[in-house]
Design a protein around this ligand. Structure first.
Ligand SMILES: Nc1ncnc2c1ncn2[C@@H]1O[C@H](COP(=O)(O)OP(=O)(O)OP(=O)(O)O)[C@@H](O)[C@H]1O
Ligand SMILES: [Zn+2]
Length: 805
């Protein structure tokens, strides 16, 4: 009996979305499993491409045309059964290629070309070790270069847990290294030499003294040795020449969360928290899948509810997955989880090197890590036997992926909850309308934490009408009441958080004579002035050019800056409060790795009085000394042509307000706005989520928007505007929608920013209640969009657009 493998090849096109059959070479028979990666010849030219096994079946004989699998990259599946099913579902849901979905789910290291080694494990017998690892060291593993018998035997050892396969990135250029120093001689010997050189070369004696108290074979960074021993690096070189010490290359571990954290014990829950934990516990124990929406005001202690629920899952020998919006912005949350659960916590985030990511992934896959914390893509972590999935700040739009596959982590979490028979807990102070509406329908059980812990009050929120303020403060960005509130805090040594939703120095540059605005040559967007780099930048494509001194259009010298950015406000703020220590946090100040954490840590240590930032400072911060929050421009989002503009504004204002007065000192908030009567701003003032929900739902109903309607956004882009537009009209025709009452079509229209990176974007938004043929229709469009005749035309389908822009 022979076997054939069903292989999805890594060639994301329509024709290859279904697996191809390949003959399984004899040595891999009954070894090859679904979820393993392979290399196969593809197409007429027999070009070698990567692929993933999705099925294996027995056949009596091969059809003569079947090509054989060229090589097998894994000894065991990198995608377990659950993740394989998830990939199928994901491809279906998001109109993406199956191979693209699989690639999205794997850690980066497994996506790149890697070198493999096979290494002995403790369980190996001396005889086996002698046979396969003659020098006792791991050996390169390339099944292609080994004879079939050896491969088969190594596979057997692997299944018996006696060997393991290690992956190395070929290009380790990204790894940060430094010079390490370790003693080569035992301490007694070093002491002996020290005595002989003490008079003649006191610096060498110092080095020898230091080396004696080092742990053998544990290199320390050279810089550290130089400093601690009080010597120069020339002395280290002498030591190396004389054979006292050995230099080596040390990899610097760059995980900002690797610092040890002080362990914490569970807190005594207040009655609302206890009720929530009890309900979640019952669902972890129960057979039916039950999902929850934890709606808790800012500072109500949601984290403690999560942590104690995770503990319940762990006690049952199950695992837990916790999603956070963005790891870099939530170091406090990661530390809290680590402080409670220690070594068994794995953290997945983009700040890790590929190797570190892969190490964490493997700790999860092997079951060594039982609690996983990570941002959006961590929802694909290979945790098994999941007992609980938590999604903190569930309303955050960063949970939705903006590129293919356009998935929402919430939907993936719900799918995995069902698969694992475990509850999904969505938590927020300001749940998304979708989630709150589903809770109202009974799809989620609502758990409410209506008060802050220890009955601390919510902050007092003031609305500042900037239309009035402008009369006295001119074009300053700070209203009179905000200025005196900041001064008060500085006098009392308390801390201030200021939010401004625009980075850069000013918004745009305009000529006062001819009205010319400097725009990006590639995109339909004006360029932003950046003072730190002394240039004009496009926030969409990264285009950068010099700041104009005269108008490029009319050559007038009256070219001026308009609008406000974080850099400009920082300068103005410093001028107003010369002694205040200010930290700025925006995309520009946090470009370097680890800078988010550093800024937040500095602020947490009260090394600064004011933290000024974009909306990235609104999330999760829990600093007891912050008693004042100021929002400089509450209106930025309100003006956008986005049906979620009010929701986003309400959420952002409520979240950022929630940073004030979280400990014993009460908090105060000033919201500067030109729309003081807008309901989103008024209700953010009273921090009344329920009223906002009811009001906004009425608006959505009136406008036939989600969550009353489902929506799909189809986009076509091409360098030629006419091609993009025409494609959109053809697509709408082809869909044959029932426009009588089930579907509403908006467009085709150019997108809000019609041109990005030299391509024109046209879109259509289809809102529908129940359109049974829509999915099949869209699937067809996806296929039609692949026709080579339409070269350069890209069609994308977003099944749950975050906005219609
Ligand atoms: N039962 C409790 N007893 C005492 N302190 C508690 C208790 N629960 C939580 N806390 C403390 O209250 C503070 C606020 O809790 P936490 O940060 O979890 O709030 P949150 O609901 O997540 O708020 P936000 O949505 O604003 O981030 C924390 O410092 C936490 O340690
Ligand atoms: Zn641009």
């Amino acid at each position: 009996m022979a076997q054939i493998g069903q292989i999805l090849v890594d060639v994301p096109t329509m024709q290859t979305n279904d697996p191809y059959s390949y003959a399984i070479p004899a040595e891999w028979e009954h070894q090859l499993q679904a979820g393993m990666r392979v290399i196969v010849p593809f197409g007429r030219g027999h070009r070698m491409v990567d692929g993933v096994v999705v099925g294996v079946s027995d056949v009596t004989s091969f059809d003569g045309t079947l090509k054989p699998i060229e090589a097998v990259l894994d000894l065991s599946p990198v995608l377990n059964e659950e993740l394989q099913r998830l990939a199928d579902w994901l491809a279906d849901e998001t109109f993406a290629f199956r191979i693209t979905c699989i690639q999205t789910m794997l850690p980066n290291l497994l996506k790149t070309k890697t070198e493999r080694e096979i290494a002995p494990l403790a369980a190996i017998t001396p005889a086996e070790k002698a046979q396969y690892f003659p020098d006792g060291e791991p050996r390169p593993f390339d099944p292609d270069k080994l004879d079939d018998g050896t491969v088969a035997n190594l596979l057997k050892l692997q299944r018996a847990g006696k060997v393991t396969v290690l992956y190395h990135v070929k290009n380790q250029a990204a790894a940060k290294t430094t010079v390490g120093v370790a003693p080569l001689l035992p301490p007694a010997k070093l002491a002996e030499i020290q005595a002989t050189v003490a008079k003649r070369a006191p610096k060498q004696a110092d080095l020898l003294a230091y080396l004696q108290q080092m742990v053998p074979k544990q290199p320390q960074p050279q810089a550290k040795v130089v400093k601690a021993a009080g010597i120069s690096s020339a002395v280290i070189n002498t030591g190396a020449e004389k054979g006292w010490l050995e230099k080596s290359t040390l990899e610097v571990y760059r995980d900002p969360f690797h610092q040890p954290v002080k362990p914490t014990q569970p807190l005594t829950l207040n009655p609302d928290q206890a009720k929530a934990v009890t309900a979640i516990t019952a669902a972890i124990d129960g057979d039916e899948t039950q999902n929850f929406l934890v709606e808790g005001v800012t500072g109500s202690g949601k984290t403690e509810v999560y942590l104690q629920s995770i503990a319940v899952a762990l006690r049952q020998k199950r695992t837990a997955l916790m999603l956070v919006p963005e790891i870099a912005l939530t170091p406090q949350m990661v530390n809290r989880v680590k402080a409670r659960f220690g070594e068994q916590v794995a953290v997945l985030h983009s700040g890790l090197s590929k190797g570190e990511q892969y190490d964490e992934w493997r700790r999860i896959d092997s079951g060594a890590a039982t609690v996983v914390v990570g941002a959006r893509s961590a929802v694909f972590a290979p945790v098994k036997n999941v007992g609980l999935i938590i999604m903190d700040e569930e309303h955050e739009s960063s949970y939705k992926q903006d590129e293919t596959p356009r998935y929402h982590a919430r939907d993936v979490a719900l799918w995995r909850g069902k698969y694992n028979h475990c509850p999904v807990v969505l938590g927020s102070a300001t749940p998304s309308l979708e989630s709150r509406a589903r809770a109202a329908k009974g799809l989620y059980t609502r758990l409410v934490l209506p008060k802050r812990v220890n009955d601390r009050p919510l902050p007092t929120v003031h609305i500042v009408d900037m239309r009035e303020e402008m009369k006295s403060i001119g074009d300053s960005d700070f209203s009179t009441p905000l200025v005196s509130a900041i001064q008060e805090r500085l006098d009392r040594h308390e801390q201030v958080v200021l939010m401004l939703n625009r980075r850069g120095y000013s918004s745009f540059v305009m000529c006062r004579d001819c009205g010319f605005v400097l725009k990006c040559p590639n995109c339909d967007i004006s360029l932003t002035l950046h003072m730190d780099s002394h240039s004009m930048k496009c926030h969409y494509c990264g285009h950068e050019e010099a700041i104009p001194k005269i108008c490029p259009n009319c050559h007038s010298h009256k070219i001026r800056y308009y609008g406000t950015g974080t850099q400009k406000v920082e300068t103005a703020l410093q001028a107003q409060f010369p002694t205040a220590r200010i930290l700025r946090m925006d995309v520009d100040s946090t470009r370097r790795k680890g800078s988010h954490e550093r800024i937040l840590k500095q602020f947490g240590n009260h090394e600064a009085d004011i933290l000024l930032g974009t909306q990235m400072i609104a999330k999760g911060l829990d600093y007891p000394n912050v008693t004042l929050v100021g929002v400089l421009n509450a209106d930025t989002a309100l003006g956008l042509p986005d049906f979620r503009a009010s929701e986003r504004t309400f959420q952002l204002l409520t979240q950022v307000s929630g940073r004030a007065g979280r400990s014993t000192k009460p908090g105060e908030v000033f919201i500067q706005t030109f729309n003081p009567d807008h309901y989103a701003i008024q209700l953010a003032q009273s921090q009344d989520y329920e009223r906002f929900f009811v009001t906004e739902m009425a608006m959505r109903h009136q406008g036939s928007y989600p969550p009353y309607y489902f929506a799909v956004q189809v986009t076509a882009s091409h360098e030629d505007e006419a091609v993009a537009a025409k494609a959109m009209y053809q697509i709408v025709d082809a869909l044959k929608l029932d426009l009588s009452d089930q579907a509403i079509v908006l467009g085709p229209t150019p997108k809000a920013i019609a041109r990005v990176k030299r391509k024109y974007y046209y879109q259509v938004v289809i809102k529908y209640k129940n359109e049974p043929d829509l999915k099949a229709g869209l699937e067809q469009i996806r296929q039609a969009a692949q026709i080579p005749a339409r070269h350069g035309l890209a069609v994308t389908i977003d099944p749950e657009p975050m906005n219609f822009m």
